[in-house]
Design a protein around this ligand. Sequence first.
Ligand SMILES: [Zn+2]
Length: 237
Amino acid sequence: MSVLPIYTYGMPVLRKKAKKITAVDDRVRAFVQDMFETMHNAGGIGLAANQVGSLERVIVIDISEMEELQNLPPETPGKKPMALINPEVVREEGKWIMEEGCLSIPEIRDEVERAEHITVHFKDLEWNDCQLTSSDLLGRVILHEIDHLDGILFTDHISKIKQKLLRGRLNNIRKGECDVPYPIVTPLVEEKKISCVNHNGSRRIKNRVYGDSGLRGAESGDSSEQPLSCGRSCHRL
Ligand SMILES: [Zn+2]
């Protein structure tokens, strides 16, 4: 297994629509394992293929360490890490707001309104047809990750005014000015990579110390701009 670099804001692959996977073979299984390792290495609870530069319709999720799942029966969805292939939302009801962060948009968080109750169809790694219904964090993560597969970022869901206020910080990420403890590829690095490839074929990846990102309940009432402590209330997607 390998830790893959995570593509950050401004990379074109994050704005492209991923294509359906037609079969699971050893390559797909290995890729999914790499995605799990990449997500865990970055302290994330969800990751979509676009975020590691692939346009295949697969997401991985692991919310098993979340406090709210600890006393639930083992068969509860989300108690085990999940890989969802070709996920498709077939039902959405209700609305709720939660603060989200994203491994591809470090150090930025904001409240996002999404459906409260969802049903999703997908294939598992054994190519079984699966259905999952969720009304909690799991559904929130699934919707965030499916958005990635469709080229949508959580910042697209916030108001135009807030988007304008974030423009400078987003541009900084685009320029590679973000500190994260996991390998990333930014547009600036991509440019360097291309120039390097022309000379000696090497590939440069940024890897700096990263404070936090987060997804947490808006009901917490904490709107501080200070980084969250990376305890159980701090989730990365
Ligand atoms: Zn994300």
